[in-house]
Design a protein around this ligand. Sequence first.
Ligand SMILES: Cc1cc2nc3c(=O)[nH]c(=O)nc-3n(C[C@H](O)[C@H](O)[C@H](O)COP(=O)(O)O)c2cc1C
Length: 197
Amino acid sequence: MILETIVTTLGADGTPHIAPFGVTREGEDLVIAPFRPSVTLAALEATGRAVVNLTDDARLFAGCLTGRRDWPLVPATAIAGVRLADSLAHWEVEVVRIEDDPVRPRFHCRSVHEEAHRPFAGHNRAAAAVIEAAILCSRLHMLPWEKVEREMAYLTIAVEKTAGPREREAWGWLSDRVAAFRAEMRSPDGTKPQVLS
Ligand SMILES: Cc1cc2nc3c(=O)[nH]c(=O)nc-3n(C[C@H](O)[C@H](O)[C@H](O)COP(=O)(O)O)c2cc1C
């Protein structure tokens, strides 16, 4: 099973970094699989540590994908690392094995410390739609434009029906990003769209 999480790391120079990652449970292992190049990947290689944060605030996913990475962090408890100041729970993990790969290495991690902070307050379709749209936004440069438009239109239904203020704000950020990408695609100088995330 893959859990959509926010992974926080410290770089070799101690700089904190925050990024959404799908984390796979494989037996006792939690596997983080970043595509190269990645700041998270470099941090995992340099320090062998990370924090996997569980959150119901979809703004974290949309924010990181649209350049809003300035979320409050606090020190981790058992490892040299940082975690989200506001999350449902977090797992402090250490890398136990690396399956190396030129495209997407897999970092097998084990949890060394876990904390629960708040109870899960229930599923929300708009929050799930925001996470789907954030994934779309991370792949805009690879996807056919018709697919992006079709999926954004479908996901809008859940947002319009079920969103609260956090989900609406996150949706606005992602919609703006998609619109900016579209404008760039249509730019008269005919340049190829650039990767925006
Ligand atoms: C829900 C979600 C899951 C993601 N999972 C992955 C993943 O498993 N691997 C990956 O390389 N990028 C993933 N991404 C995209 C990364 O978050 C994004 O590209 C990020 O900037 C990673 O690069 P960085 O470590 O340099 O920040 C995901 C994005 C979202 C919204």
